[in-house]
Design a binder for this molecule. Structure first.
Ligand code: FAD
Length: 321
Protein backbone atom coordinates (compact mmCIF):
# COMPACT_ATOMS: atom_id res chain seq x y z
CA UNK A 1 0.00 0.00 0.00
CA UNK A 2 1.12 3.52 -0.77
CA UNK A 3 0.45 5.36 2.53
CA UNK A 4 0.59 8.84 1.04
CA UNK A 5 -1.89 7.94 -1.71
CA UNK A 6 -4.22 6.28 0.78
CA UNK A 7 -4.15 9.28 3.14
CA UNK A 8 -4.78 11.72 0.29
CA UNK A 9 -7.61 9.66 -1.20
CA UNK A 10 -9.35 9.66 2.17
CA UNK A 11 -9.73 13.43 1.93
CA UNK A 12 -11.94 12.90 -1.14
CA UNK A 13 -14.19 10.08 0.02
CA UNK A 14 -14.43 6.59 1.42
CA UNK A 15 -11.51 4.35 0.49
CA UNK A 16 -11.35 0.58 0.49
CA UNK A 17 -8.17 -1.34 -0.18
CA UNK A 18 -8.03 -4.41 -2.44
CA UNK A 19 -11.76 -4.22 -3.11
CA UNK A 20 -12.96 -7.08 -5.35
CA UNK A 21 -14.48 -5.46 -8.44
CA UNK A 22 -16.64 -8.56 -8.89
CA UNK A 23 -18.82 -6.88 -6.24
CA UNK A 24 -19.30 -3.83 -8.46
CA UNK A 25 -19.89 -5.30 -11.93
CA UNK A 26 -23.09 -6.86 -13.27
CA UNK A 27 -20.96 -9.77 -14.56
CA UNK A 28 -19.88 -10.49 -10.96
CA UNK A 29 -16.38 -11.07 -12.30
CA UNK A 30 -13.12 -9.25 -11.61
CA UNK A 31 -10.15 -9.14 -9.28
CA UNK A 32 -9.41 -6.40 -6.74
CA UNK A 33 -8.79 -2.71 -7.33
CA UNK A 34 -5.81 -1.56 -5.24
CA UNK A 35 -7.89 1.46 -4.17
CA UNK A 36 -11.66 1.77 -4.40
CA UNK A 37 -12.91 5.28 -3.79
CA UNK A 38 -16.50 6.39 -3.32
CA UNK A 39 -16.84 10.15 -3.73
CA UNK A 40 -20.04 11.25 -1.99
CA UNK A 41 -19.40 14.98 -2.29
CA UNK A 42 -19.42 15.67 -6.03
CA UNK A 43 -17.87 19.13 -5.52
CA UNK A 44 -14.61 17.32 -4.68
CA UNK A 45 -14.45 15.44 -7.98
CA UNK A 46 -12.49 17.99 -9.99
CA UNK A 47 -9.83 18.47 -7.31
CA UNK A 48 -9.52 14.69 -7.04
CA UNK A 49 -9.09 14.19 -10.79
CA UNK A 50 -6.60 17.06 -11.03
CA UNK A 51 -4.59 15.65 -8.14
CA UNK A 52 -4.55 12.12 -9.57
CA UNK A 53 -3.42 13.49 -12.93
CA UNK A 54 -0.70 15.61 -11.34
CA UNK A 55 0.61 12.57 -9.46
CA UNK A 56 0.29 10.35 -12.57
CA UNK A 57 -1.90 7.87 -10.66
CA UNK A 58 -3.99 5.56 -12.86
CA UNK A 59 -7.73 5.66 -12.32
CA UNK A 60 -10.87 4.23 -13.86
CA UNK A 61 -14.43 5.48 -13.49
CA UNK A 62 -17.02 2.94 -12.43
CA UNK A 63 -20.67 3.56 -13.22
CA UNK A 64 -22.95 0.58 -12.85
CA UNK A 65 -20.21 -1.79 -14.06
CA UNK A 66 -22.65 -3.12 -16.66
CA UNK A 67 -20.44 -2.77 -19.73
CA UNK A 68 -17.15 -4.08 -18.43
CA UNK A 69 -15.08 -7.16 -17.86
CA UNK A 70 -12.47 -6.75 -15.15
CA UNK A 71 -9.51 -9.10 -15.45
CA UNK A 72 -8.87 -11.64 -12.68
CA UNK A 73 -5.66 -9.83 -11.73
CA UNK A 74 -7.75 -6.76 -10.89
CA UNK A 75 -6.83 -3.12 -11.36
CA UNK A 76 -3.57 -1.48 -10.23
CA UNK A 77 -4.91 2.00 -9.60
CA UNK A 78 -7.94 3.80 -8.20
CA UNK A 79 -11.44 2.70 -9.18
CA UNK A 80 -13.73 5.69 -8.63
CA UNK A 81 -17.47 5.73 -8.02
CA UNK A 82 -19.04 9.17 -7.86
CA UNK A 83 -22.38 9.56 -6.20
CA UNK A 84 -23.72 12.49 -8.19
CA UNK A 85 -27.31 11.32 -8.35
CA UNK A 86 -29.10 14.64 -8.78
CA UNK A 87 -31.30 15.45 -11.74
CA UNK A 88 -33.75 18.13 -12.69
CA UNK A 89 -36.48 18.18 -15.33
CA UNK A 90 -37.54 21.59 -16.63
CA UNK A 91 -39.89 21.65 -19.60
CA UNK A 92 -38.34 19.34 -22.16
CA UNK A 93 -34.79 19.69 -20.82
CA UNK A 94 -33.35 17.14 -18.39
CA UNK A 95 -30.22 18.00 -16.47
CA UNK A 96 -28.59 15.00 -14.83
CA UNK A 97 -25.51 13.99 -12.88
CA UNK A 98 -23.39 11.30 -14.54
CA UNK A 99 -24.01 8.97 -11.60
CA UNK A 100 -27.78 8.85 -12.07
CA UNK A 101 -29.08 5.37 -12.87
CA UNK A 102 -30.26 5.29 -16.50
CA UNK A 103 -33.36 3.18 -15.75
CA UNK A 104 -34.43 5.61 -13.03
CA UNK A 105 -33.95 8.69 -15.19
CA UNK A 106 -35.80 7.11 -18.12
CA UNK A 107 -38.70 6.29 -15.82
CA UNK A 108 -38.77 9.83 -14.47
CA UNK A 109 -38.86 11.33 -17.98
CA UNK A 110 -41.79 9.07 -18.86
CA UNK A 111 -43.63 10.07 -15.67
CA UNK A 112 -42.98 13.73 -16.48
CA UNK A 113 -44.81 13.24 -19.79
CA UNK A 114 -41.69 13.46 -21.95
CA UNK A 115 -40.97 11.22 -24.89
CA UNK A 116 -37.73 10.09 -26.55
CA UNK A 117 -36.01 8.23 -23.73
CA UNK A 118 -38.47 5.39 -23.06
CA UNK A 119 -35.88 2.88 -24.36
CA UNK A 120 -33.64 3.77 -21.39
CA UNK A 121 -35.87 1.82 -18.99
CA UNK A 122 -34.12 -1.36 -20.10
CA UNK A 123 -30.49 -0.22 -19.98
CA UNK A 124 -28.56 -0.98 -16.77
CA UNK A 125 -25.85 1.34 -15.46
CA UNK A 126 -25.49 5.09 -15.19
CA UNK A 127 -25.89 8.06 -17.51
CA UNK A 128 -22.11 8.61 -17.52
CA UNK A 129 -21.51 5.10 -18.83
CA UNK A 130 -24.39 5.44 -21.30
CA UNK A 131 -23.05 8.68 -22.79
CA UNK A 132 -19.47 7.38 -23.04
CA UNK A 133 -20.60 4.29 -24.95
CA UNK A 134 -23.47 6.03 -26.77
CA UNK A 135 -25.75 3.31 -25.41
CA UNK A 136 -28.85 2.51 -27.41
CA UNK A 137 -31.79 0.20 -27.87
CA UNK A 138 -34.97 -0.11 -29.91
CA UNK A 139 -33.46 1.92 -32.75
CA UNK A 140 -32.49 4.89 -30.60
CA UNK A 141 -29.29 5.96 -28.86
CA UNK A 142 -28.02 8.59 -26.41
CA UNK A 143 -26.85 10.71 -29.33
CA UNK A 144 -30.50 11.38 -30.25
CA UNK A 145 -31.20 13.11 -26.93
CA UNK A 146 -27.94 14.54 -25.61
CA UNK A 147 -27.83 18.31 -25.92
CA UNK A 148 -24.68 19.05 -23.93
CA UNK A 149 -22.16 17.29 -21.73
CA UNK A 150 -19.96 18.73 -19.01
CA UNK A 151 -16.74 16.78 -18.71
CA UNK A 152 -13.30 16.86 -17.17
CA UNK A 153 -10.76 16.54 -19.97
CA UNK A 154 -7.00 16.99 -19.60
CA UNK A 155 -7.23 19.12 -16.48
CA UNK A 156 -10.09 21.33 -17.66
CA UNK A 157 -13.85 21.27 -17.13
CA UNK A 158 -15.46 21.80 -20.52
CA UNK A 159 -18.99 21.89 -21.87
CA UNK A 160 -19.41 20.04 -25.16
CA UNK A 161 -22.29 20.23 -27.61
CA UNK A 162 -23.81 17.06 -29.05
CA UNK A 163 -21.66 17.45 -32.17
CA UNK A 164 -18.49 17.92 -30.14
CA UNK A 165 -19.16 14.61 -28.35
CA UNK A 166 -18.26 12.81 -31.58
CA UNK A 167 -20.97 10.20 -31.19
CA UNK A 168 -20.94 7.15 -33.41
CA UNK A 169 -22.25 3.63 -33.09
CA UNK A 170 -21.40 2.73 -29.44
CA UNK A 171 -18.77 5.42 -29.57
CA UNK A 172 -18.05 8.92 -28.30
CA UNK A 173 -15.05 11.19 -28.06
CA UNK A 174 -14.76 10.25 -24.36
CA UNK A 175 -13.49 6.82 -25.40
CA UNK A 176 -10.59 8.57 -27.12
CA UNK A 177 -9.73 11.39 -24.74
CA UNK A 178 -10.43 9.51 -21.47
CA UNK A 179 -12.63 12.40 -20.36
CA UNK A 180 -14.75 12.02 -17.25
CA UNK A 181 -18.39 12.86 -17.79
CA UNK A 182 -19.75 15.01 -14.98
CA UNK A 183 -23.19 16.31 -16.05
CA UNK A 184 -25.43 15.79 -19.04
CA UNK A 185 -28.29 17.77 -20.57
CA UNK A 186 -30.87 15.83 -22.55
CA UNK A 187 -33.43 17.42 -24.83
CA UNK A 188 -36.65 15.40 -25.12
CA UNK A 189 -40.09 16.12 -26.53
CA UNK A 190 -43.47 16.68 -24.97
CA UNK A 191 -45.40 13.42 -24.97
CA UNK A 192 -48.13 11.68 -23.08
CA UNK A 193 -47.26 9.94 -19.80
CA UNK A 194 -49.77 7.12 -20.33
CA UNK A 195 -48.54 6.36 -23.85
CA UNK A 196 -44.95 6.61 -22.61
CA UNK A 197 -45.59 4.09 -19.86
CA UNK A 198 -47.13 1.67 -22.34
CA UNK A 199 -44.09 2.09 -24.59
CA UNK A 200 -41.68 1.56 -21.67
CA UNK A 201 -43.57 -1.57 -20.66
CA UNK A 202 -43.28 -2.83 -24.25
CA UNK A 203 -39.51 -2.25 -24.10
CA UNK A 204 -39.24 -4.33 -20.91
CA UNK A 205 -41.43 -7.12 -22.28
CA UNK A 206 -39.34 -7.31 -25.45
CA UNK A 207 -36.11 -7.53 -23.44
CA UNK A 208 -37.59 -10.19 -21.18
CA UNK A 209 -38.34 -12.32 -24.20
CA UNK A 210 -35.03 -11.83 -26.00
CA UNK A 211 -32.41 -11.67 -23.23
CA UNK A 212 -31.18 -14.32 -20.78
CA UNK A 213 -32.77 -14.24 -17.34
CA UNK A 214 -31.35 -15.29 -13.99
CA UNK A 215 -27.64 -15.08 -14.88
CA UNK A 216 -25.06 -12.37 -14.36
CA UNK A 217 -23.85 -10.83 -17.62
CA UNK A 218 -22.52 -7.62 -19.07
CA UNK A 219 -25.02 -7.25 -21.91
CA UNK A 220 -23.89 -7.57 -25.51
CA UNK A 221 -20.25 -8.57 -25.80
CA UNK A 222 -19.75 -7.50 -29.43
CA UNK A 223 -20.82 -4.56 -31.56
CA UNK A 224 -23.18 -5.32 -34.38
CA UNK A 225 -21.41 -5.29 -37.74
CA UNK A 226 -21.77 -2.61 -40.40
CA UNK A 227 -23.87 -4.14 -43.20
CA UNK A 228 -22.34 -2.28 -46.13
CA UNK A 229 -18.74 -3.20 -45.36
CA UNK A 230 -19.48 -6.90 -44.74
CA UNK A 231 -22.33 -7.64 -47.12
CA UNK A 232 -20.11 -9.28 -49.74
CA UNK A 233 -18.93 -11.89 -47.22
CA UNK A 234 -22.47 -12.44 -45.96
CA UNK A 235 -23.91 -12.87 -49.44
CA UNK A 236 -21.52 -15.71 -50.24
CA UNK A 237 -23.50 -17.70 -47.65
CA UNK A 238 -27.03 -16.31 -47.84
CA UNK A 239 -29.48 -15.20 -50.47
CA UNK A 240 -29.99 -11.42 -50.60
CA UNK A 241 -33.77 -11.96 -50.51
CA UNK A 242 -33.55 -13.98 -47.29
CA UNK A 243 -35.80 -12.28 -44.71
CA UNK A 244 -32.98 -11.97 -42.16
CA UNK A 245 -30.62 -10.40 -44.69
CA UNK A 246 -33.34 -7.92 -45.70
CA UNK A 247 -33.79 -7.02 -42.03
CA UNK A 248 -30.03 -6.34 -41.66
CA UNK A 249 -30.12 -4.25 -44.83
CA UNK A 250 -32.95 -2.13 -43.40
CA UNK A 251 -31.16 -1.37 -40.11
CA UNK A 252 -27.69 -1.17 -41.70
CA UNK A 253 -26.24 -3.63 -39.19
CA UNK A 254 -25.66 -7.38 -39.07
CA UNK A 255 -26.59 -8.76 -35.66
CA UNK A 256 -23.44 -10.04 -33.93
CA UNK A 257 -25.58 -12.47 -31.90
CA UNK A 258 -26.93 -13.97 -35.11
CA UNK A 259 -23.38 -14.39 -36.49
CA UNK A 260 -22.36 -16.19 -33.29
CA UNK A 261 -25.39 -18.44 -33.59
CA UNK A 262 -24.67 -19.18 -37.27
CA UNK A 263 -21.07 -20.02 -36.38
CA UNK A 264 -22.49 -22.70 -34.08
CA UNK A 265 -21.38 -21.25 -30.76
CA UNK A 266 -24.65 -20.68 -28.93
CA UNK A 267 -24.43 -22.60 -25.65
CA UNK A 268 -20.62 -22.99 -25.89
CA UNK A 269 -19.02 -23.23 -22.43
CA UNK A 270 -15.64 -22.34 -21.03
CA UNK A 271 -15.28 -22.99 -17.32
CA UNK A 272 -18.28 -21.33 -15.71
CA UNK A 273 -18.89 -18.95 -18.62
CA UNK A 274 -21.33 -19.78 -21.38
CA UNK A 275 -22.57 -18.20 -24.61
CA UNK A 276 -26.23 -17.69 -23.74
CA UNK A 277 -28.67 -20.21 -25.16
CA UNK A 278 -31.15 -17.33 -25.54
CA UNK A 279 -29.00 -14.62 -27.15
CA UNK A 280 -25.77 -15.32 -29.03
CA UNK A 281 -24.27 -11.93 -28.13
CA UNK A 282 -24.52 -12.52 -24.37
CA UNK A 283 -22.04 -14.49 -22.30
CA UNK A 284 -23.51 -15.51 -18.98
CA UNK A 285 -21.77 -16.25 -15.71
CA UNK A 286 -23.07 -19.63 -14.58
CA UNK A 287 -21.67 -18.90 -11.10
CA UNK A 288 -18.01 -18.35 -10.25
CA UNK A 289 -16.81 -17.68 -13.82
CA UNK A 290 -13.33 -16.18 -14.14
CA UNK A 291 -12.46 -13.34 -16.50
CA UNK A 292 -10.06 -15.69 -18.29
CA UNK A 293 -13.01 -18.00 -19.08
CA UNK A 294 -14.84 -15.10 -20.71
CA UNK A 295 -11.76 -13.86 -22.56
CA UNK A 296 -11.10 -17.37 -23.88
CA UNK A 297 -14.70 -17.66 -25.02
CA UNK A 298 -14.48 -14.25 -26.72
CA UNK A 299 -11.41 -15.39 -28.69
CA UNK A 300 -13.14 -18.67 -29.62
CA UNK A 301 -16.16 -16.76 -30.90
CA UNK A 302 -14.10 -14.26 -32.88
CA UNK A 303 -12.12 -17.08 -34.50
CA UNK A 304 -15.25 -19.09 -35.35
CA UNK A 305 -17.07 -16.09 -36.85
CA UNK A 306 -13.98 -15.10 -38.81
CA UNK A 307 -13.44 -18.64 -40.10
CA UNK A 308 -17.09 -18.99 -41.06
CA UNK A 309 -17.82 -15.55 -42.55
CA UNK A 310 -14.50 -13.73 -42.89
CA UNK A 311 -15.99 -11.08 -40.59
CA UNK A 312 -14.10 -9.59 -37.62
CA UNK A 313 -16.20 -9.05 -34.52
CA UNK A 314 -15.23 -6.13 -32.30
CA UNK A 315 -15.86 -6.01 -28.54
CA UNK A 316 -18.48 -3.58 -27.27
CA UNK A 317 -17.50 -4.19 -23.65
CA UNK A 318 -14.60 -2.47 -21.91
CA UNK A 319 -11.89 -4.77 -20.58
CA UNK A 320 -10.42 -3.29 -17.40
CA UNK A 321 -7.10 -4.24 -15.80
C1 FAD B 1 -28.54 -7.16 -19.05
C2 FAD B 1 -27.85 -6.02 -19.78
C3 FAD B 1 -28.50 -5.42 -20.84
C4 FAD B 1 -27.89 -4.37 -21.54
N1 FAD B 1 -28.54 -3.78 -22.58
C5 FAD B 1 -27.95 -2.76 -23.25
C6 FAD B 1 -28.63 -2.11 -24.34
O1 FAD B 1 -29.76 -2.44 -24.69
N2 FAD B 1 -27.97 -1.11 -24.99
C7 FAD B 1 -26.72 -0.71 -24.64
O2 FAD B 1 -26.19 0.21 -25.27
N3 FAD B 1 -26.07 -1.29 -23.61
C8 FAD B 1 -26.65 -2.29 -22.91
N4 FAD B 1 -25.99 -2.89 -21.87
C9 FAD B 1 -24.62 -2.44 -21.53
C10 FAD B 1 -24.61 -1.33 -20.45
O3 FAD B 1 -25.78 -1.36 -19.69
C11 FAD B 1 -24.46 0.05 -21.06
O4 FAD B 1 -23.32 0.10 -21.86
C12 FAD B 1 -24.39 1.11 -19.96
O5 FAD B 1 -24.69 2.36 -20.50
C13 FAD B 1 -23.08 1.15 -19.21
O6 FAD B 1 -23.20 2.04 -18.13
P1 FAD B 1 -22.40 1.81 -16.78
O7 FAD B 1 -22.62 2.96 -15.90
O8 FAD B 1 -22.73 0.47 -16.20
O9 FAD B 1 -20.91 1.79 -17.31
P2 FAD B 1 -19.69 0.99 -16.69
O10 FAD B 1 -19.78 -0.44 -17.09
O11 FAD B 1 -19.53 1.28 -15.26
O12 FAD B 1 -18.50 1.66 -17.49
C14 FAD B 1 -18.35 1.49 -18.87
C15 FAD B 1 -17.22 2.38 -19.35
O13 FAD B 1 -17.58 3.74 -19.14
C16 FAD B 1 -16.65 4.37 -18.28
N5 FAD B 1 -17.38 5.33 -17.44
C17 FAD B 1 -18.33 5.09 -16.51
N6 FAD B 1 -18.78 6.25 -15.98
C18 FAD B 1 -18.09 7.23 -16.60
C19 FAD B 1 -18.08 8.66 -16.49
N7 FAD B 1 -18.86 9.32 -15.65
N8 FAD B 1 -17.23 9.35 -17.28
C20 FAD B 1 -16.41 8.70 -18.16
N9 FAD B 1 -16.36 7.37 -18.29
C21 FAD B 1 -17.19 6.64 -17.53
C22 FAD B 1 -15.98 3.26 -17.51
O14 FAD B 1 -14.69 3.62 -17.05
C23 FAD B 1 -15.93 2.16 -18.56
O15 FAD B 1 -14.85 2.33 -19.41
C24 FAD B 1 -26.59 -3.93 -21.14
C25 FAD B 1 -25.96 -4.52 -20.03
C26 FAD B 1 -26.59 -5.56 -19.36
C27 FAD B 1 -25.90 -6.17 -18.17
Amino acid sequence: MNDQLYTMLRTFGKVRLSEPLSKHTTFKIGGPADYFLVVEDSSKRIDLLKWLDSEAVDYVMLGGGSNMLVRDEGYRGVAIVTKDETYDIKGTTVQTGAGVVTVKLANETVKAGLTGFEWGVGVPGTIGGAVRGNAGAMGREMKDSVKEVEAYIDGDVVRLSNQECGFGYRHSIFKENKGVILRVWLELEKGDAKAGMAQALGVLQFRNKTQPKGFASTGCIFKNVDFESSKTQLLTHFDEQDEKIQQFLRVGKISAGWLVEQAGLKGEKQGKAQVSEVHGNFIVNLGGAAAIDVLTLIEKIKTAVYNTFDIELEEEIQVVG
